[in-house]
Ligand binder design. Structure first.
Ligand SMILES: Cc1cc2nc3c(=O)[nH]c(=O)nc-3n(C[C@H](O)[C@H](O)[C@H](O)COP(=O)(O)O)c2cc1C
Length: 257
């Protein structure tokens, strides 16, 4: 028993140490049996009050992928992957349960959205870990929260359901190298938060800033620093503010605020 537990843990660690996003998939089918097994296993994830405040919409049809694609800024994985999973924060099912059982639900508020979003994300990450163990490839699409109303309309999500995460899923057709990570001491604070000095920033970002690919990015985009790639191109103040406004509007429409 202890031996199998040891190997199990070791394998999981090995997979996590080599995990990376996969954006190209082979034609091999992802069977419904395997997908159902993983979706079921992932439901062992902890959730608030054990209410499982999430739902997963499985997309396999070409027609639905075609419709979802613009909502994800036409990222090619959406049409290329055999399976698209849209994971939603869902207080609808729990609310319906309460209504059917002579209980007054009070979940049309921001706190409930936050709790359901946390449940949905924890579930999503457990699923990702399980897919890694199977050798399945996946990519997380943050575009899910950029134009959420499009996704809500396409997937017919009712009030108290918000799309939180999308995973494109399939058997890998690429083997990308591992991406960099900040060193442990850059994100772990002992006892109290220690704010960052200029020297800390120099130390912690040295490796990232000096990677060949990042130097190349700066060069071709005519930017002085890697940080400017983020502030001026990838995640700009203007876009963030516009998409924040859209997100708030959608949360209102979905009944969460
Ligand atoms: C919140 C979030 C949003 C992301 N959005 C996208 C996306 O829209 N498109 C994409 O190709 N990758 C996306 N990713 C994947 C990241 O780019 C990737 O995890 C990161 O660059 C680290 O690379 P790795 O996963 O290969 O280690 C996202 C990941 C997260 C957690």
């Amino acid at each position: 028993m202890s031996v199998s537990v040891f190997f199990c843990t070791f394998d999981a660690m090995k997979n996590l140490a080599t995990r990376r996003s996969i954006r190209q998939y082979s034609d091999r089918e992802v069977s419904s049996e395997l997908l159902s097994k993983l979706l079921t296993e992932a439901s062992r994830t902890q959730t608030m009050g054990n209410l499982q405040l999430y739902s997963v919409i499985v997309t396999r049809s070409e027609e639905m992928k075609e419709r979802l694609s613009p909502a994800h800024f036409n990222q090619p994985m959406v049409k290329q992957a055999p399976v698209i999973l849209t994971i939603c924060a869902d207080f609808r099912r729990t609310t319906r349960w309460c209504e059917e059982r002579n209980a007054q639900p009070g979940y049309n508020n921001f706190l409930s959205y936050q709790n359901a979003a946390i449940d949905a994300l924890l579930y999503t990450q457990t699923l990702c870990n399980l897919m890694d163990e199977e050798g399945l490839g996946y990519c997380y699409l943050g575009t899910t929260v950029y134009q959420p109303q499009l996704i809500i309309d396409i997937l017919q999500l009712p009030k108290l359901v918000m799309p939180i995460a999308t995973l494109t899923v399939g058997w890998p057709a690429e083997a990308p190298s591992l991406s960099d990570r900040l060193p442990l001491e850059s994100f772990v604070h002992n006892e109290t938060y220690k704010d960052y000095t200029s020297k800390d920033i120099d130390t912690y970002y040295h490796n990232k800033e000096n990677l060949e690919e990042n130097r190349h990015f700066c060069e071709i985009n005519h930017k002085e620093t890697l940080a400017q790639i983020f502030t001026d191109i990838r995640y700009t103040k203007k876009d963030n503010e516009a998409m924040s406004a859209t997100l708030m509007e959608t949360l209102k429409k979905q009944g969460f605020i």
